[in-house]
Design a protein around this ligand. Structure first.
Ligand SMILES: NC(=O)c1ccc[n+]([C@@H]2O[C@H](COP(=O)([O-])OP(=O)(O)OC[C@H]3O[C@@H](n4cnc5c(N)ncnc54)[C@H](O)[C@@H]3O)[C@@H](O)[C@H]2O)c1
Length: 334
C-alpha cells in the first residue's frame, strides 16, 4: 500500500497528531506518515474501539509516540496539541446502530470530544485541522449522487453528531480564522478495520465469515447501495487536504469516496469470489437509521484538492482479503 506519495513537501519538517490513531482509518494515516518519514507522529486514542495491536508495528519508530487518553478531557487534548503543526482528527464513536442504542456516548465522544480537540488546536495555533465527517449527514435526502451542498434531515444520533461537528468547524474557521477541512467519508474499508463486536462494518464481517465458512447476516433485502471506498483513497484525501495550496479549501467539506454505487448483495458476491467461498447470506429485517442508497459526487474534492482515488473496490477488496486471511491464519496458529 501507499506505493505513491500524495504530497510533494518534506514531511520531516512537521509534527502530526492523529486522534483515533489506534483505530482503523487513523492507523492507516499513521502508517502513511511514518512510511514517508514524518518528523514526528503522535497518535492519541483511548482504545475504546481501537486496538493496541494496530499500532504495534509503529512503536519501533523513534518519531512515533502513542498517548493513551480521552478526547473528552480538554487537558489531554491541549497536551497532545502542543507544538503540533497538523491535526488529523479521526477519534469518534462510529456506527449508526450504536448511536441509536446509546446516543449519550456517541454525543460525548463525537461532539464534546470534537470541540475539545478544535479548541485545543486553536489554543496551540496548529496550522491546519482535518477531521472525519460522514456521508450519514445526507440523511433522508433522496438526491443521488450526493453533492456537498444538498442535505436532508439526519436519520440517527450519529448523523446529528457529525453534522454538529461540521457546524462547529465552520464557526471556528470564521470566528478564529483557523484552517479546517472536513472529509465526509463514504463506507471506508481496508486492513485493520475491526471484524468484531456488535457494530462491525459489513466488509470485515463478510470476509471473516468467508474465512470461518459461516453465513453472515445482511440487514434488509441487500439491495441497499453504498459507495465503498478503499482506505488508501481516504488517506489520499487527508494528505491532499493537509498540503493543498488552495486557500479556498479552508472551512470546506469534501466527499471522500470513489463515485461508484455497489449494492450489498453485489458486494457480498464480489467477496465470495475474492475469497473463493460459497457461503450464503442470512437476510434479517433492516435496521433503523440506515439510509437506503448512497453514492458520492466527488467532483469538488477532485477540482479543489486534486483528489484522484486510484484504488478500485475490487482491487481494495483483494488487498483487504489477503490481509484478513493472514491475520486469521496467525490467530488460528497461536
Ligand atoms: N469507517 C468508515 O466507513 C467511516 C465512515 C464515515 C465516517 N467515519 C469516521 O472516521 C473516523 C475513523 O473511523 P474508523 O472507521 O477508523 O473507526 P475506529 O473505531 O476504528 O476508529 C476510531 C478510533 O477513535 C478512538 N476513540 C473513540 N472515542 C475516543 C475518545 N473519547 N478519546 C480518544 N479516542 C477515542 C477509538 O478507540 C478508535 O481507535 C471516525 O470519526 C468515524 O466516525 C468512518
Amino acid at each position: 500500500m501507499y506505493k505513491r506519495p500524495f504530497h510533494n513537501v518534506d514531511l520531516g519538517r512537521y509534527k502530526f497528531l492523529v486522534t483515533g490513531g489506534a483505530g482503523f482509518i487513523g492507523s492507516n494515516i499513521v502508517e502513511y506518515l511514518l512510511k514517508y518519514k514524518a518528523g514526528k507522529v503522535i497518535a492519541l486514542d483511548n482504545l475504546s474501539t481501537g486496538f493496541r495491536q494496530n499500532i504495534i508495528p509503529f512503536l519501533s519508530h523513534d518519531n512515533f509516540e502513542f498517548v493513551e487518553g480521552d478526547i473528552n478531557r480538554f487537558e489531554t487534548c491541549a497536551g497532545v496539541c502542543r507544538d503540533v503543526d497538523f491535526v488529523m482528527h479521526q477519534a469518534a464513536l462510529g456506527s449508526v446502530p450504536r448511536s441509536v442504542k446509546d446516543p449519550l456516548s456517541t454525543n460525548k465522544a463525537n461532539v464534546t470530544g470534537f470541540i475539545n480537540m478544535l479548541f485545543a488546536a486553536k489554543e496551540c495555533r496548529v496550522r491546519r485541522f482535518i477531521y472525519a465527517s460522514s456521508s450519514s449527514v445526507y440523511g433522508d435526502s433522496p438526491e443521488l449522487p450526493k453533492a456537498e451542498n444538498v442535505m436532508g434531515d439526519p436519520l440517527s444520533p450519529y448523523a446529528v453528531s457529525k453534522r454538529v461537528d461540521e457546524l462547529y468547524a465552520g464557526v471556528f474557521a470564521r470566528v478564529y480564522g483557523m484552517e479546517i477541512t472536513g472529509l465526509r467519508y463514504f463506507n471506508i474499508f481496508g486492513p485493520r478495520q475491526s471484524p468484531s463486536g456488535p457494530y462491525a462494518a459489513a466488509i470485515p464481517l463478510f470476509m471473516f465469515a468467508a474465512l470461518k465458512n459461516e453465513n453472515p447476516v445482511i440487514y434488509g433485502d441487500g439491495e441497499q447501495s453504498r459507495d465503498f471506498t478503499f482506505v488508501e483513497n481516504a488517506v489520499e484525501a487527508n494528505i491532499k487536504a493537509l498540503f493543498t495550496k488552495n486557500r479556498d479549501t479552508s472551512a470546506q467539506i469534501f466527499n471522500v469516496a470513489v463515485g461508484h454505487q455497489t449494492t450489498v448483495n453485489e458486494l457480498f458476491n464480489i467477496i465470495r469470489s475474492v475469497a473463493g467461498s460459497n457461503i450464503e447470506a442470512q437476510y434479517r429485517e433492516e435496521r433503523p437509521g440506515d439510509i437506503k442508497h448512497s453514492l458520492a459526487d466527488i467532483s469538488l474534492a477532485k477540482t479543489m484538492l486534486g483528489y484522484n482515488p486510484a484504488v478500485s473496490i475490487k482491487e481494495g477488496l483483494d488487498i483487504t482479503f489477503k490481509w484478513f486471511k493472514n491475520q486469521y491464519a496467525a490467530n488460528v496458529n497461536n
